[in-house]
Design a protein around this ligand. Structure first.
Ligand code: PLP
Length: 423
């Protein structure tokens, strides 16, 4: 028995499913989790001393790679000054200014502790601003685990085949309407029925929780136009895409301006952080200026701010990082496509910038229904083989692969060789 297996046997006695977040349980690939001891650059090591080239990067934030010296130093310096004060601090102002400078649609921003909190609070703010209750989300888009958003969500909920969670009262989800990703008609139909009651549309500008599903040409602009016609708030959930696809996230990449944006782990560079921000007139609804209540003891925590400020400043000061990351990713995903084509394997590769997915299906994947045609047992076999080859990819079909600046050409070549064998 490996050390990881032994630890998992212990873990299941004390933690539900042995893990603190479902996708880590490796259930959908019929395996057991690798317990990780440390990470550096593009690598992670497990309890058995195996080294992996890491393609989840803590599910996104490790754009610079693990253990970046400047981030680490900033965190250690901040720790020496005290871990938490529950009072206002300079780094919070620095972080807020930085986000507002980097993302043109954001005039004001509020820090929270996770993506879930950011989305939950942005929706409350949109409801407070419009005085309306209904929201529109898309099937297969995941926006965290708050009650009202666990409706036809993606990510772990999708792999488990449980689109809704038990414990969520029907009264809480009655105002959550769902449309189909990349299908503007399905959105228009909802607005034609009750557009005057819809507070907001929330969307992942690139679907990343049903595997990676790029928006079709014109889709995001149509959402912008519909929100404008009905006075609804357009919320981009950039927990995955923010500061990753470009410095100003998917909104910069596609040139569409949302009213509110939610961020998560990326702004903490690995520390637990989230944020929501946007137009001043909307954000001024938030307490203590306005009547939308939202609070958090650890929000804007100085250690988390130190990590995030360092990563965001490096990204801001080095526009060439995005060129490098996106070119590297284009080569990586391009070579996978080329290999599948040469071998006449009919599978699909979707990618936008440094996030991407392979789907084991013959049909192009453009939404939840087409993503679900992927053969998850083929993914499970492939994923387990990749792990055995020292490549750590998402232990579930409906998650993304994340590249980082720390992946070297040699890492990528080694990964491609392993992939060719495993595919
Ligand atoms: N929104 C999106 C698009 C996400 O991918 C996630 C999680 O991955 C969340 C929200 C929730 O973030 P967290 O897990 O930090 O609560």
């Amino acid at each position: 028995m490996t050390q990881s297996e032994a630890l998992f046997n212990e873990a299941v006695k004390y933690i539900p499913g042995g893990v603190n977040s479902p996708v880590r349980a490796f259930g959908s690939i019929g395996s057991t989790p690798r317990f990780i001891t440390k990470a550096d650059k593009a690598y992670m090591w497990d309890e058995d001393g195996n080294r992996y080239i890491d393609y989840i990067g803590s599910w996104g934030p490790m754009i610079l790679g693990h253990n970046h010296p400047a981030v680490l130093e900033a965190v250690l310096d901040a720790c020496r000054l005290g871990l938490s004060f529950g009072a206002a601090t300079r780094p919070e102002v620095t972080m807020a200014k930085l986000i507002c400078d980097i993302v043109p649609s954001i005039d004001m921003v509020r820090m929270v502790n996770s993506g879930t909190e950011a989305v939950m609070s942005a929706i409350r703010t949109a409801r407070g601003y419009t005085g309306r209750d209904k929201i529109v989300k898309f099937t297969g888009c995941y926006h965290g685990h708050s009650d009202g958003l666990l409706v036809k969500a993606g990510s772990g909920v999708m792999t488990a085949g449980v689109p809704d969670s038990s414990g969520v009262p029907a009264s809480v989800t009655k105002d959550t309407l769902t449309a189909e990703y990349n299908n503007v008609d399905s959105v228009r139909a909802l607005f034609e029925q009750c557009g005057e009651e819809i507070a907001a549309i929330i969307v992942e500008p690139v679907g990343a929780n049903m595997g990676v599903v790029p928006p079709k040409e014109g889709f995001l602009q149509s959402l912008r136009d519909i929100c404008d016609s009905y006075g609804s708030v357009l919320i981009f959930d950039e927990v995955i895409t923010g500061f990753r696809l470009s410095l100003s996230g998917a909104q910069g990449y596609y040139g569409i301006t949302p009213d509110l944006t939610t961020f998560g782990k990326i702004i903490g560079a690995g520390m637990p952080v989230g944020a929501y921000g946007g137009r001043r007139d909307i954000m001024e609804q938030v307490a203590p200026v306005g009547n939308v209540y939202q609070a958090g003891t650890l929000s804007g925590n100085p250690v988390a701010m130190a990590a995030g400020i360092t990563q965001l400043t490096l990204l801001k000061d080095h526009p060439e990082y995005y060129t490098e990351l996106n070119e590297k990713s284009d080569r990586f995903f391009g070579q996978i496509k080329e290999f599948l084509h040469q071998k006449r394997l009919p599978w699909q590769v979707n990618h936008v910038g440094s996030i991407g997915s392979i789907f084991f299906t013959q049909s192009p994947v453009t939404d939840y229904a087409s993503a679900k045609t992927s053969d998850v047992s083929a993914y499970a076999a492939y994923c387990n083989k990749m792990l055995a080859h020292g490549i750590y990819i998402a232990p579930a079909q409906f998650e993304a692969m994340f590249l980082s600046l720390a992946h070297t050409e040699e890492d990528i070549d080694a990964t491609l060789i392993a992939m060719e064998e495993c595919l």
